[in-house]
Design a protein around this ligand. Structure first.
Ligand SMILES: [Zn+2]
Length: 436
């Protein structure tokens, strides 16, 4: 193949060579793929010196030629992601992998990779020797624990395998000081935002994560983590959680399984975390919308219509604050799409302006069950939840409800409880104690 000599100025006569180089770059997938990396490896013993394409003119030599630099093998890596409605084979062809190589890769993965589970966003990487079409190595990555690799064996055939991943579990302590949103605070601490959802579910009887969160508050969590090759794959159970806030005071809870197998959350004295009602009618969720960083989205408690307005993005999940039955679900005048639940002890809860409802009249609902989603239906100027509570037919202030806790740890289990909670408390406080 014609190569431009570095000391030649481009001239019309040389144009075909430059175009040929351009075609060569295209063959490497430079133009077609998302990212290209060039890298070198130390050469195996004594390979024949190899003609290497010059991608960029080098400065002309100023002294007599000395020993040429040690020959290096140059490799090209091309990465891309599977697009929507694209098969793996189509994605590979788009990465300029020749059909014969595509067939080799697909063949090597048959029986290993479930092709019907190929998804948009799957990460693909193809490695080749520079200037060659044959694939040396291919990898398909779906996540930290799911990666498939195809490599060219000594005999020239392509061999596939699912990369073995080492899964480990650990118990981690996370502490964040809230600045901006809870999500951002966790992200700054190197944690995934899902931890906010897990922690808020545990603290849901004591902390309204839409109203009670203030800058400077502290969240501490002792949580199980499953790691894949040292990277977070998923969180497990929250073993202890503490919220210390200016609006909430200090709330500290521990997960405890009693000898009869019942698991729940209790404070240090064995009092139950659970109450008949949750603190908030909104389940903490990350909904992408302009609301992002609002720390304090309460629009106001308006006596005129007896209830609380929570400013929240359309689509924010609304959950049943307590066990009950659905008295009404659907259109309800100025309340828009709404749900009314009837609970024990003469309580009713009303949820207005929903974008959609998720329960039907007459059905039973459990505490924390999603009953609908925030919207702006009915007499609403923007997306928000109007939440109201009635007791024996009369409106009461939802923010001032005093709902008793459920049963504490049974007296015969208190010793066991104290023994199991002690290391969790130490861990929560940051003391170096092993937790099982
Ligand atoms: Zn309202």
């Amino acid at each position: 193949m014609p190569l431009a000599r570095p000391d030649d100025a481009p001239s019309p006569r040389r144009l075909p060579a430059i175009l040929a180089l351009g075609g060569f770059l295209a063959a490497l997938g430079v133009a077609a793929a998302g990212a290209v990396g060039l890298f070198r490896l130390v050469p195996p013993p004594a390979p024949a010196p190899k003609l290497v394409a010059v991608l960029r003119p080098a400065p002309a030599p100023t002294v007599a030629p000395v020993a040429p630099p040690a020959p290096v093998e140059r490799f090209v890596a091309v990465t891309a992601r599977v697009a929507r409605n694209q098969t793996l084979a189509q994605a590979l062809l788009k990465m300029q992998v020749p059909m014969a190589e595509v067939n080799g890769i697909v063949g090597a993965l048959t029986g290993l990779f479930p092709f019907n589970r190929s998804r948009p966003g799957d990460q693909l990487r193809v490695e080749r020797r520079e200037g060659e079409e044959a694939v040396l190595r291919f990898s398909l990555r779906q996540g930290p624990a799911d990666e498939w690799i195809v490599e060219r064996a000594e005999d020239g055939t392509l061999r596939g395998q699912k990369r073995p991943v080492e899964l480990t579990t650990e118990v981690a302590r996370v502490e964040v000081k809230i600045e901006g949103s809870l999500w951002n605070s966790l992200e700054r601490a190197g944690e995934a935002p899902e931890l906010a959802v897990l922690a808020s579910d545990v603290l849901a009887w004591d902390v309204d994560f839409y109203l009670d969160v203030r800058a400077g508050d502290r969240l501490r969590v002792v949580v199980q983590k499953t790691m894949a090759d040292g990277k977070l794959l998923r969180y497990g159970e929250v073993l202890a959680a503490e919220y210390d806030g200016s609006a909430t005071g200090e709330k500290r809870l521990f997960r405890y399984t009693d000898p009869s197998g019942q698991t729940s959350y209790f404070d240090e004295n064995g009092q139950s975390a659970r109450r008949g009602f949750l603190k908030s009618p909104l389940k903490l969720a990350r909904v992408t919308s302009g609301f992002g960083n609002r720390v304090h989205p309460l629009l106001g408690y308006q006596r005129a219509h007896e209830g609380v307005d929570y400013g929240a993005p359309t689509g924010t999940p609304v959950w049943a604050v307590g066990d009950g039955t659905v008295r009404q679900s659907g259109w309800n005048g100025g309340c828009g799409k709404s749900v009314t639940l009837r609970h024990r002890n003469g309580y009713e809860t009303i949820y207005c302006h929903l974008s959609s409802v998720a329960v039907s009249a007459g059905k039973g609902v459990a505490q924390k069950q999603i009953i609908g989603y925030v919207g702006g239906t009915g007499l609403a100027t923007g997306p928000h939840l109007h939440y109201a509570v009635k007791k024996n037919g009369a409106f009461v202030n939802p923010l001032k409800l005093q709902i008793p806790r459920e049963a504490p740890v049974a007296p015969e289990y208190l010793d066991d409880f104290r023994q199991k909670v002690a290391p969790l408390r130490a861990s929560l406080e940051g003391l170096p104690v092993a937790v099982n």
